[in-house]
Design a protein around this ligand. Structure first.
Ligand code: ADP
Length: 387
């Protein structure tokens, strides 16, 4: 049964309302009515019980009148519809009641049972919609706040990312100059510019030279990554006989291949003119060849093939090395993704090569993919447009 809190200090008026609601019983709507005479009691009642379906209140009470009554009840009622009663036909006060949050008002002495019930029903409906609207607005506000927070976090992350890129760029620039000088001076000593060296001295200096080479490689990889991340790499496309570039990269790797007793076989298409940035392309291919060699055991073969397919050229670098499992294939193109395998303890690397290689291929409008099986070798496939 719906419960009404009737706030009315005039016993006659209260009786009349109760009477009207009793008559409403015959109209099949039963209301249970609790009556209080002061605003303070109404507020206490609402705080303690708060199980009313509607509040019907006189505007003028012994401890509150006019706008104060409206405000106090609306504040205490929160989700409950409030209907006010005014003694006279006071439009101004009625509008204030609605603006303060009341759902409706009635003029004392004018309501009959039926109109009172109708007022109650409309008030309940209006309050329901108001509550729903308030909830929607509140959740909308919460979403806006979340969006604002996310935007703020993104801004902070971008700032952090930028300072990290700047750090890598500055650090690697600063490291490259002294490391290059070391290489030059060790080279000069090995060549005999500072006098003849005995065998032991030669050996030690060669070791120093190789370590320095590796250091310079890591510095170059860091620099390349920083340049790509800050969009400083500009691709300068030129029609090129790509077979020549491939052969050039292979001959540069010969000393390493000889040391590892590995060989490279090539099967290249004749129609080999492609539009590439020669320097950047060389870096990518050299990196793939270097990986194919360093992640393969001695005496293995690396095969480079090319193929034309639907206005695209595919260059495959296939090795017989350690291979990569499916799970790790997803990660190898990420930044700093060194993945352990049976040879990774013996070879140096930064985990950056494939990251920037893929980015460079993308700048060419191409792709870099891998096909591999653990223990059975890998094939890296470069694909890019071909006229
Ligand atoms: P790095 O070789 O410096 O670690 P890369 O970005 O070139 O970095 O390669 C990332 C990882 O991918 C390597 O650590 C290695 O585990 C794996 N990988 C790359 N090329 C090969 C390959 N040809 N065969 C097996 N694993 C490879």
């Amino acid at each position: 049964m719906p419960k009404v809190l009737l706030v009315e200090d005039n016993p006659g008026d209260a009786r009349l309302i109760i009477e009207l609601l009793r008559e409403a019983d015959d109209l099949s709507d039963r209301y249970e009515v609790a009556t209080v005479t002061r605003i303070a009691d109404a507020i206490t009642d609402l705080e303690e019980a708060n199980n009313y379906d509607l509040i019907l209140s006189d505007v003028s009470l012994p401890d509150s009148s006019g706008i104060d009554t409206l405000r106090a009840l609306n504040e205490a009622a929160k989700d409950i519809p409030v209907v006010f009663m005014t003694g006279t036909n006071n439009e101004a006060l009625a509008m204030t009641a609605i603006n303060t949050g009341a759902q409706d008002y009635i003029v004392k002495g004018t309501a009959d049972s039926e109109s009172l019930l109708r007022t109650f029903k409309y008030a309940a409906e209006r309050k329901k919609y108001q509550n729903e609207l308030r909830q929607v607005l509140e959740s909308e506000k919460a979403s806006q706040e979340r969006i604002r927070l996310l935007a703020e976090q993104k801004q902070q992350l971008m700032k952090l990312n930028k300072s990290k890129d700047d750090f890598i760029s500055i650090a690697s620039h600063q490291l490259r100059t002294p490391a290059s000088s070391v290489k030059q001076y060790i080279g000069m000593v090995i060549e005999g510019f500072a006098g003849e060296l005995n065998e032991k001295q030669q050996q030690l200096l060669h070791k120093a030279y190789e370590s320095n080479e590796r250091q310079l490689n890591v510095i170059s990889e860091l620099l390349k990554t920083a340049q790509l991340d800050s969009s400083k790499v500009k691709i300068d496309l030129k029609n090129t006989h790509v077979n020549e570039i491939i052969k050039g990269c292979v001959s540069e790797l010969y000393p390493t291949l000889e040391l590892r007793h590995q060989e490279v076989k090539m099967k290249l298409v004749e129609d080999d003119i492609v539009s590439i940035d020669q320097d950047e392309f060389k870096l990518v291919l050299a990196n793939l060849l270097e990986n194919a060699s360093k992640y393969s055991q001695k005496y293995k073969t690396i095969t480079i093939t090319s193929e034309l397919k639907y206005h695209h050229i595919l260059i495959r670098v296939k090795d017989q090395g350690v291979g990569i499992n499916k799970q790790n294939q997803k990660r190898i193109f990420d930044k700093f993704s060194r993945i352990d395998n049976e040879l990774s303890d013996t070879v140096m690397g930064s985990g950056l090569g494939l990251y920037w290689a893929k980015r460079i291929m993308k700048l060419h409008g191409g792709t870099l993919k891998v096909e591999s099986e653990l223990g059975k070798g890998s094939t890296f496939i470069m694909e890019f447009p071909h006229e």
